[in-house]
Design a binder for this molecule. Structure first.
Ligand code: C5P
Length: 252
């Protein structure tokens, strides 16, 4: 069967990753979170103390070139055989990632990685498919429909109000914090409580990142002309997953 590609783009915290993952599961396609590739590149930059990316551009590109950058996106994200799933979501990475992603050289390297990761995921889904249903991938990000897979069979632009997105992100952090608090209580551990951001602080961080992503010169966040725009401010998770899966099935 031929490969079917679904591109899901949208601003920060619009629910792309969880939605894309659920759609992929429902349709038997592979799933790739392209933001995690930019986050891994950012983590490497931070670890190598690259703060001025113009001054150390060659070092930065070296770090993410093919031989040095072994990234596997499974349930967790593995960078050079290390599980970095948690670390790539930390505050330092959140603050720095849009600046790293603005760089044309970085984007060119990441593009190669995106295409090779997608080709692998496609092969895997083909092996699992029964021959009657299409194989392929769902990839989410900012420029998937406009730059990475301009020929994707289905392009979705997922949006929600800035406040709805901030509240969702805050809820996510809060439930992760509660789960952790319960665990350390059970261990009897005396852990120091880190400072958690307020909804307003998260909203500001999201808006700053969106601004940077929309206004950069190279493959900025845009609604592709042939994308289906879904505003999920007032949709349940199940509603948006079904809407996208149904759109895909109509085209398969
Ligand atoms: O999706 P996520 O919020 O994890 O993405 C982190 C950052 O990576 C984005 O804010 C953006 O700067 C960059 N990114 C990008 N193009 C993509 C995916 C992510 O520029 N396709």
């Amino acid at each position: 069967a031929r490969a079917f590609t679904i591109a899901i783009d949208g601003p920060a915290a619009s629910g792309k990753s969880s939605t894309a993952r659920a759609v992929a599961l429902e349709l038997g396609l592979g799933y790739i979170d392209s933001g995690s590739i930019y986050r891994c590149a950012t983590l490497l930059a931070l670890r190598n103390k690259i703060s001025d990316i113009d001054a150390r551009h060659a070092d930065l590109i070296g770090l993410i070139s093919h031989s040095k950058f072994d990234i596997r996106i499974l349930r967790n994200v593995w960078l050079n055989n290390e599980d970095v799933s948690k670390e790539i979501r930390c505050a330092d990475v959140n603050r720095f990632v849009a600046e790293i992603a603005r760089d044309a050289g970085v984007r060119a390297e990441v593009l190669k990685i995106q295409r090779s990761v997608a080709a692998n995921a496609e092969k895997k889904s083909a092996a699992a498919a029964d021959g009657t249903t299409p194989n392929g991938v769902v990839m989410d990000g900012r420029d998937i429909g406009s730059a990475v897979f301009p020929n994707a069979e289905l392009k979705v632009y997922l949006d929600a109000s800035a406040m709805a997105r901030a509240i969702r992100r805050w809820d996510q952090m809060n439930s992760a914090r509660n789960a952790q608090g319960k665990r350390s209580e059970e261990d009897g551990a005396q852990t120091e409580k880190p400072a958690y951001p307020t909804v307003e602080e998260i909203a500001r961080e999201i808006e700053e990142r969106d601004y940077a992503d929309i206004n950069r010169a190279h493959s900025p966040l845009r609604i592709a002309p042939d994308a289906v725009v879904i505003d999920n401010t007032n949709l349940t998770f199940e509603q948006q997953v079904h809407t996208i899966s149904d759109l895909a099935r109509e085209r398969m």
